[in-house]
Design a protein around this ligand. Structure first.
Ligand code: PEP
Ligand code: MN
Length: 337
């Protein structure tokens, strides 16, 4: 169960509610987020909601049978809107494009990407300054200096930044320069990192699906951040590892409608990592839109063949223009359904 507590609840009332929940043989956990105070009850027994609902200090009470609670759509019917300011929102019923290189490489590359995005009216740029690479000898990112450089150029252009945070110690130094933190597939179950992103920032966090993670595991990861304090969350399907090796990953399109049903959080599709093959990114992006994604994030670079990372799945600007046009048409079609 989720009990939403009144903001000004006094200690005595809170204690009585706790006691009542425990008497029902439920484990009671208090959660304070940047937006509200909750009491999460976990247990299995049936109970009469009226035995608690009348108590002083309760704003609302919801029975949520899912094992994850706060990210469930069962209590929060209204979808979560992620508002990045300056008219940039990510929300159900809308469709948001985020694009940019796999890695931030330098000033020229940033400027060229921004020009490409601006010409298309795209307001969110992706790019990594801390790169998780399978080999330690691969390019591992420009780090905080690259982020600062990018921030200055992006701010001037009215472009928002989504970029990966790999470890707890990076949060404080990155925070002024980030609009959306990305938690990468290799870190989806780094519970320490998730906890700290809940406690130490009010910036939105986009959590990617783990490399071999289930849909429920992704939801639990979001529950970590939410219950640690930060409700501003997005989920990203980026393909999972299966026995199929003709593609880099297997884009799990199934996950999109399933997540949309299970959670109130926006769901983003990443077809670039999902299939890993440049000329197949477009059909997977379009299919993701029809499957109900609230946004698509993909990789683009002026010269993909020279990109420092993930060139094989990166679109050049001409291909990117074509994709944007087709995504917009697909979204229009979806709206007629
Ligand atoms: C990326 O977005 O470039 C990336 C490393 O993604 P993922 O964590 O999904 O592999
Ligand atoms: Mn990449």
């Amino acid at each position: 169960m989720i009990i939403q507590l009144e903001k000004d609840i006094n200690e005595a009332n809170k204690e009585s509610i706790f006691k009542q929940v425990k008497d029902l043989k439920y484990k009671a956990t208090e959660v304070k987020t940047q937006k509200g105070d909750y009491l999460i009850g976990t247990g299995k027994n049936d109970f009469d909601i009226r035995s608690i609902g009348h108590m002083e200090g309760i704003k609302d009470i919801h029975i949520v049978s899912d094992d994850y609670k706060l990210v469930s759509r069962k209590w929060k019917v209204k979808p979560t809107i992620i508002d990045l300011g300056d008219g940039v929102k990510i929300e159900e019923g809308g469709f948001r494009i985020m694009a940019g290189p796999c890695s931030i490489e330098g000033e020229e590359q940033i400027k060229k990407t921004i020009d490409h995005l601006k010409a298309q009216g795209i307001r969110i740029m992706r790019g990594g300054v801390y790169k998780p690479r399978s080999s330690p000898y691969s390019f591992r990112g420009l780090g905080i200096d690259g982020l600062k450089l990018w921030y200055d150029l992006a701010k001037e252009a009215g472009i928002k930044i989504v970029t990966e945070v790999m470890q707890v110690s990076q949060i404080a130094e990155m925070d002024p320069y980030v609009d959306v933190y990305q938690v990468g597939a290799r870190n989806t179950q780094n519970f320490n990192l998730l906890d700290e992103l809940g406690k130490n920032t009010d910036k939105p966090v986009m959590i990617k699906r783990g490399i071999s993670g289930t849909i429920d595991e992704l939801l639990y990861s979001a529950e970590y951040v939410f219950s640690a304090g930060n409700e501003r969350l997005l989920l990203c399907e980026r393909g999972i590892r299966t026995y199929e090796n003709a593609t880099r990953n297997t884009m799990d399109l199934n996950a999109i409608p399933v997540l949309k049903e299970k959670t109130h959080l926006p769901v983003i599709a990443d077809p670039s990592h999902g299939i890993g093959i440049r000329h197949h990114v477009e059909p997977i992006a379009l299919a993701s839109i029809m499957a109900g994604a609230d946004g698509v994030i993909y990789e683009t670079h002026e010269k993909p063949e020279e990109a420092y990372s993930d060139g094989q799945q990166t679109l050049n600007f001409e291909e990117s223009n074509k994709l944007i046009d087709r995504m917009r048409k697909t979204f229009e079609l979806r709206q007629t359904f």
